[in-house]
Design a binder for this molecule. Sequence first.
Ligand SMILES: O=C(O)CCC(=O)C(=O)O
Length: 368
Amino acid sequence: MPSRLSDAFKAHPVQLHPKHQDFNSLQELPDSYKWTQLDEYPSCESYSSESVPLIDVTDPNAHTLIGHACKTWGVFQVTNHGIPTKLLDDIESVSRCLFSLPQQQKLKAARSPDGVSGYGLARISSFFPKLMWSEGFTIVGSPLEHFRQLWPQEYSKFCDIIEEYEKEMKKLAGRLMWLILGSLGICNEDIKWAGPKGEFNEASAALQLNSYPACPDPDQAMGLAAHTDSTLLTILHQNNTSGLQVLREGTGWVTVEPLQGALVVNIGDLLHILSNGLYPSVLHRAMVNRTRYRLSVAYLYGPPASVQISPLSKLLGPSHPPLYRPVTWNEYLGTKAKHFNQALSSVRLCVPLNGLVDVNDHNRVQVG
Ligand SMILES: O=C(O)CCC(=O)C(=O)O
């Protein structure tokens, strides 16, 4: 098993052959981008009373509010998170500069078939017959080599912004981890890999920049197809154009409206496993817009790549058996690369005794 995040896909190369359209030049949606079955679940309109919880992280009651949001939504937005507005503006400018480069220039930093970092189509594209109306750029480790290709003169100022953004996000992710874990009654001694001071210094992460150009026929197009993240948690910054939707059981797709200065936090599959299904990872997707350009920056946060993640023993008991077998992040990424949205089910040990099934455990098979 590879021990570095950057090697996670070595055993699962995908040959994605992007047409490398210049999206902006297309007046009509080509057939290869037409998704015929967009609405297996209804989309909940913005007049609905259902909206993703908004939580001030400095609220003395934040851990209770966050715990409730994790349990009932698997996603929430946070304010007063401490990430400077200037840094959010800067990361948005880097992303805009990157995606507005000529196609030939972007391809100089293309992701290799078995690699993690670089420019290209979403890796999950290989599971769908239709193309997604988006471009992405993934950063694991230093972006230096790729950025040198993209901007031979000015790469260092862009690298500095990425480094600063990752540093601040890492701090916020650690803080959110303790608010989430605290709401489950978990403390520092329960998570050895959090380190002696509980700072999660060894945590791994990736940064995913997503670009969704305006689309001539948004009702038939898909920006990023429905998926759960393989992370512990993901922190997402979106520009002021809506597009992110989460699936809420009993309701359908709910749009996560962009709120000035707020960040979206969603539970990933590894926290789903760690919490033994108490905090479900949330299925989400990105839709596109007829006139507006959309950008998002996802900070994908996970444990050290080779640490085994399994349901926390404090959450287990005679009537709460472990539902998942231990997995490392790297191993799980390999599983996801193979089984996509059935990955969680594929590491599942048994069905819960209470007969409930996890919302996102789509396969719902009884293994043992
Ligand atoms: O663009 C978005 O809002 C969603 C991005 C996302 O789901 C991802 O990067 O995995």
